[in-house]
Design a protein around this ligand. Sequence first.
Ligand SMILES: NC(=O)c1ccc[n+]([C@@H]2O[C@H](COP(=O)([O-])OP(=O)(O)OC[C@H]3O[C@@H](n4cnc5c(N)ncnc54)[C@H](OP(=O)(O)O)[C@@H]3O)[C@@H](O)[C@H]2O)c1
Length: 257
Amino acid sequence: MGTYLITGATGGIGTAVAELLRDRGHELILTGRSADRLAALAASLRGGAHAQTQLIVRERNGDPAAAAARAATGADAPIRTLPLDLTEPRRLEAALAEAGLPERLDGLVHCAGVVHLGAVAELDADRWLEHLNVNLVSAAELTRLLLPALRAAQGHVVFVNSTAGLRANPHWSAYAASKFGMRALADSLRAEEPELRVTSVFPGRTATEMQRKVRVQEGGEYVPDDFMAPATVARVVVSALETPRDAVVAEVAVRPR
Ligand SMILES: NC(=O)c1ccc[n+]([C@@H]2O[C@H](COP(=O)([O-])OP(=O)(O)OC[C@H]3O[C@@H](n4cnc5c(N)ncnc54)[C@H](OP(=O)(O)O)[C@@H]3O)[C@@H](O)[C@H]2O)c1
């Protein structure tokens, strides 16, 4: 079993990734801003306060056989939580040093992200800095800080990018720029670290809190069924992680049907 650190674990896609990795018996390190939300997520993944809800989610979207096997053995790998505010990449080094992270890390899954729509004429420097810090600079800094542990395990880094990282539409400049940058980060890392595997996943619209906020900003209705389920994106992420070691899924785009 491996150890995986997930940023944005409290979000729609991050939680779905955590559930699938948990079903497979991996040790998890969950990050997000709120210690309370992280604790609730960890409890539900451990089969605590939200176990019933989580079981339903697993049976619908996860791997029921794996979940049943895990429940039968009761063999739960540790789940740790690590509150981090990614708007402040300069503080990450101290936070990680204090947390005392493992010496080996099999996977780092970057799921954290923010988006605020607006024309270039409206987006001020603070909005640009928030997008770039959370979506790009902190992803680079966390990767840098965790590289020794990733190298030790010949680990895998997954960047949850966006189709906005492939094409920038009107009102998406700051978010798209951060995601174009994230693709560059992934490509350079893949070339520099041949012992690691590096994957960029480019999802289209997915039914999460982020998408609900986007629809509000677009002045439209939020209909979850119009979009992909976060569990579907999570399956793509975990499938990339589980690809045999003789190959790397370098890039994969996944869009609502
Ligand atoms: N939903 C879509 O349609 C869609 C499409 C393409 C790509 N994506 C990408 O998929 C990834 C996951 O998005 P999602 O849809 O799951 O969004 P979500 O449900 O809104 O989750 C966002 C996650 O990012 C974390 N986060 C936000 N700001 C943070 C900060 N300053 N510091 C630390 N963590 C922060 C949130 O943690 P808190 O609990 O602290 O808020 C949350 O866990 C993002 O990178 C997003 O760009 C989403």
